[in-house]
Design a protein around this ligand. Structure first.
Ligand code: 5AD
Length: 363
């Protein structure tokens, strides 16, 4: 316990960052009492830099077509069992309107990766059109693109961009992806520079609990976040998907442990990076539907991205199936989320919720 107290005190009181050994020590904690101490310290850091506040963003998954074949991912190109969809612009705008109704002034547009001209044009047009109907903050999460594309999307009105590095370790990254030029770590790393140089607030992140992943990899991930000077971090536990090459090899999966590792990564990131935005991601919710995201907040996260897009997309099908209660269900879901946020003593922020880390750099 003594070592833990020493490290947490250093994190909270000292201005010098934790070193690799200290970060690794925190990530290796398994004792429930020690875990609580870690989460509480991270929460204290969040209170200091962010307050007891959470930003909600409306997440719109605009398309699941993807040119990539990442070995862990359910929407990889080679998975023929995924129904592929692409929202129309009208559906995206409808989702944005829904977001506005819900009080989300910040939207995230996420998609599988494509870089063909039609897709680039489509995203540019969608971003511009959203900006025309309201003063929305717009985050994009549409993969690796050229400098020109990032610039066009920025000029259209997007101002934050999320691109997870997935793993900061080039060699380990190689075990998660096909060995070809489409899945090149250095190219992905370079994209983070392009995103930053274009003027976006930069978001990145990794998955935790991947097969073969060691604490030292995760420690390197934390150092990587600092090195690229990330403004936002989106991380989540790896969840096996049975229609992927990686998922097929998984024989046992411990959801509790996966959740714990995900929460530890959030907490240690908060202690290490202090003033960045950290998302409590859907993967946490998937592992613990009742309270996964709330536990993320209590471990130091300050952003939640409720999905608002699928409803606009599914509406076509749902109407066909004659289920007029989807909207009611949505309201119900949102009310529950807001209630559970208030129940842990947090306030919902209704502005864009930009990263304080980014704001501090502009001064
Ligand atoms: N489990 C958890 N996260 C995953 N992602 C992709 N596949 C999985 C999976 N099986 C994450 C990746 C990607 C983000 C959109 O989703 O980190 O960047």
């Amino acid at each position: 316990m003594e070592q833990l107290d020493k490290i947490l005190n250093k994190a909270l009181q000292d201005s010098s960052p934790l070193d690799r050994e200290e970060l690794g020590f925190l990530l290796d904690i398994t004792d429930p009492g020690q875990l609580q101490k870690l989460y509480r310290a991270a929460y204290q850091m969040k209170e200091r830099y962010i307050g007891r506040r959470v930003s909600l963003r409306g997440l719109i998954e605009i398309s699941d077509y993807c040119v990539k074949d990442c070995l862990y991912c359910g929407i990889r190109k080679s998975n023929a069992n995924v129904p592929r969809f692409a929202m129309t612009k009208a559906e995206i705008l409808q989702a944005a309107e829904l977001g506005r109704e819900y009080g989300y002034s910040s939207l995230v547009l996420q998609s599988g990766e494509r870089s063909d001209p039609a897709f680039v044009d489509f995203v540019e047009d969608a971003v511009r059109s959203i900006r025309e109907i309201g003063d929305f903050g717009i985050t994009l999460s549409c993969g690796e693109q050229t400098r020109e594309t990032y610039q066009r999307w920025f000029d259209a009105g997007a101002h934050r961009y999320l691109l997870r590095i997935e793993s900061s370790d080039r060699e380990f990254y190689g075990t998660l992806h096909p060995a070809d030029s489409l899945h090149d770590w250095d190219k992905r790393r370079h994209c983070l520079d392009l995103i930053r140089e274009t003027g976006y607030q930069l978001g990145t992140g990794v998955m935790s609990g991947l097969p073969g992943q060691k604490t030292s990899h995760l420690v390197s991930d934390l150092e990587f976040f600092r090195e690229v000077d990330a403004d936002m971090i989106g991380m989540g536990p790896y969840l096996p998907h049975h229609e992927t090459p990686m998922g097929k090899l998984i024989t046992s999966f411990d959801p509790e442990k996966a959740l714990e590792t995900g929460l530890k990564m959030i907490a240690v990131t908060r202690l290490f990076l202090r003033d960045v935005n950290i998302a409590s991601t859907t993967a946490l919710q998937a592992l613990s539907p009742a309270d996964g995201r709330e536990r993320g907040l209590l471990a130091g996260a300050n952003v939640i991205m409720p999905n608002i897009g699928d409803i606009a997309y599914r509406r076509g099908y749902q109407l066909y199936e004659n289920k007029p209660n989807i909207d009611e269900n949505r309201l119900e879901t949102r009310r529950k989320l807001e209630e559970s946020i208030h129940a842990i003593g947090e306030t919902i922020i209704h502005g864009w919720g930009d990263s304080p880390h980014f704001a501090a750099k502009q001064k």
